[in-house]
Design a protein around this ligand. Structure first.
Ligand SMILES: Cc1cc2nc3c(=O)[nH]c(=O)nc-3n(C[C@H](O)[C@H](O)[C@H](O)COP(=O)(O)OP(=O)(O)OC[C@H]3O[C@@H](n4cnc5c(N)ncnc54)[C@H](O)[C@@H]3O)c2cc1C
Length: 556
């Protein structure tokens, strides 16, 4: 992917997409597949905001049963299957175990019925040729089996457990990049670190955006027939740049996950009820509490999700020590066996989600449940559409609907969408296990270890040989990381140390990778991008700040 600003500015695009999170990335891909010319602008790095902070669950939507929302269940199930098909290296089935208590709404009998309905609703989920992607039926287990699998869970009232499958994205940042790389191959012009500051507007018609290149300070005009605002938590800030009185009706919630250094559970993702009561006014079956979801992650666990109302500027967003400590307390209350302390938290994910209300009884935010497409022409502002998504899982589906809508509103016949059956960059894999074993065998003789090949295949999929092309010494793990850095800089628009550590490689995905790795990566980038020592120190400091690590001075 080349950051070509001339290509961005020298034509009128069909679409200008503002925001390079998962909603912008899938939209650019979908629109390019249907023959539209597209420009995409992202003010930070691609996928660095809310999209990088998800719990990594690709939901099959079992939880929507409590709302009796079968339409949403079907959408989620379809997207889970689709993502496993188009990005088989990144999306994998995830077994989930939920202990059952008593014989009421949290009991074994109710969950047994729920699992049976879930299997019925997802009857077509295994119409994929690769059996590694197949999702078994759900089942309930005895109290004894549950305690063997989860020895430390509270036993009072325990009646057994429910086992079902969802999916996990191995690296959500690379999924974001893969959609963008696919879009780029289809001709989309895109740039990160390009911030939209305003609209090109004549009376009530928008015909593009004005932007600032954050790498040089230069100002640019990017023109398009339609501007689509996929700025997530910033959606209202973008709308506010137009000379028009309108906002989306959404508020914001602050949401957080914790990554731990040790696994709380090994084999299964586990759902545990929180101790504080929570009453979602919209649910049909109310269990009176909500779930903490504890999933295996990089040898530790990822735990989510804690929510609070957020009413400040999205640019001022931060997670405080108080937020972290309160969440740790809530986890230990729900699951005393966790015995979690602050030192065991290696990484904190924080992001903002759209809300529709605040629960008057608990003060908790009521999260928006449905995506929204706002066509601002309906209130007199032509050429601008805003899209607000509520789940990473369903972004591709929403992109498909946005492009359908666009063609319809322009009175044009839309080409058929093929994004649900077209593999994205790195996804050319028919059978994941066979592909992995072949890659291990082929490369062992070249000096690459099994764990290195695993890591490369899980992150880059069928494109992993492109990374190896940059490798000068297969026997050294640092040389492999160096190859990944070159690949990130030359093929994937990485400009900053944080882009490499957090979003092109998996180095920072479980927490601070250590001074040695940070220093090594900084020096490789510094040489390749011609940084002076001040710039190098600044980049190192930035990444340490992200991980909350005490500054350590490093030499060039
Ligand atoms: C803690 C947490 C856990 C979650 N867990 C899950 C989960 O397990 N599964 C799931 O399916 N979903 C999950 N979600 C929801 C999911 O992450 C979001 O729905 C999704 O990532 C939103 O993507 P987006 O593209 O709309 O927003 P973002 O990723 O925030 O993208 C918007 C982009 O717009 C850019 N932007 C803003 N202003 C400008 C400007 N002026 N110029 C240019 N660009 C601009 C931003 O920099 C940003 O990159 C979770 C969310 C959170 C916060």
């Amino acid at each position: 992917m080349e950051r070509n600003l001339t290509k961005l500015t020298n034509k009128v695009h069909d679409l200008v997409v503002v925001g390079g999170g998962i909603y912008g990335a899938t939209l650019a891909w979908e629109a390019s597949l249907r023959g539209l010319s597209v420009a995409l602008l992202e003010k930070g790095d691609f996928g660095a905001a809310t999209s990088a902070n998800s719990l990594k669950t690709i939901h099959g939507g079992l939880r929507y049963l409590q709302n009796a929302d079968f339409k949403r269940m079907r959408e989620s199930i379809h997207e889970r299957t689709t993502l496993m098909k188009i990005a088989p290296h990144l999306i994998h089935p995830l077994p989930v175990l939920v202990p059952t208590y008593g014989h009421g709404l949290k009991g074994k009998e109710v969950l047994s019925v729920a699992l049976a309905i879930n299997d019925l609703v997802s009857f077509d989920r295994n119409r994929l040729p690769d059996s590694q992607k197949h999702i078994p039926n759900g089942r309930v287990i005895s109290k004894q089996e549950c305690l063997e699998l989860l020895p430390d869970i509270p036993t009072k009232g325990l009646t057994g457990g429910a086992i079902f499958y969802d999916a996990q994205v191995y690296n959500s940042e690379r999924l974001n990049i893969s959609f963008l790389r696919s879009a780029y191959q289809k001709g989309v012009s895109l740039a990160n670190y390009l911030e939209v500051n305003g609209f090109i507007q004549n009376d009530n018609r928008i015909s593009g955006v004005t932007a600032t290149d954050r790498l040089t300070g230069n100002k640019l005009d990017i023109r398009g027939q339609t501007v689509i605002n996929t700025c997530g938590a910033w959606v209202n800030k973008i709308i506010g740049m137009a000379n028009h009185q309108e906002r989306s009706p959404f508020g914001l919630a602050k949401a957080m996950n914790l990554v731990t250094t040790r696994p709380l559970f090994e084999k299964y993702a586990v759902g545990i009820s929180s101790k504080n009561s929570s009453v979602d006014p919209d649910v049909v079956i109310n269990k009176g509490s909500r779930f903490f979801f504890i999933a295996p992650w990089r040898g530790g666990s990822i735990i989510g999700t804690e929510y609070a109302v957020y009413s400040q500027d999205p640019d001022d967003f931060q997670i405080t020590e108080d937020d972290i400590n309160q969440f740790i307390t809530a986890i230990n209350q729900a699951y005393p066996g966790a015995k979690l302390n602050r030192e065991e938290i290696s990484f904190v994910h924080g992001g903002m989600l759209p809300t529709t209300n605040v629960n008057p009884k608990t003060g908790e935010p009521v999260l928006a449940k449905h995506y929204q497409i706002f066509d601002h022409s309906q209130t007199g502002l032509l050429g601008l559409i805003s899209v607000v998504g509520v789940k990473y899982t369903t972004a591709r589906d929403v992109a498909e609907k946005v492009v359908n809508y666009l063609f319809k509103s322009l009175g044009k016949k839309s080409p058929k969408s093929v994004s649900s059956v077209t593999t994205i960059y790195g996804g050319e894999i028919e059978n994941f296990n066979a592909f992995l074993q072949n890659a291990i065998l082929e490369n062992k003789s070249k000096g690459l270890t099994e764990s290195t090949i695993r890591r490369l295949v899980y992150n880059y999929g069928s494109a992993y040989p492109e990374v190896i092309n940059y490798l000068d010494n297969p026997e050294s793990e640092l040389a492999v990381i160096k190859a990944e850095i070159f690949y990130a800089i030359h093929q994937e628009m990485a400009h900053k140390l944080s882009d490499v550590i957090l979003r092109r490689t998996e180095l920072g995905s479980a927490g601070y990778p250590g001074d040695e790795i940070i220093q090594f990566c900084a020096e490789v980038m510094s040489k390749e991008l011609d940084w002076n020592s001040e710039k190098l120190q600044q980049e190192v400091q930035e990444i340490k700040n992200i991980f909350g690590v005490t500054p350590v001075k490093i030499s060039v």
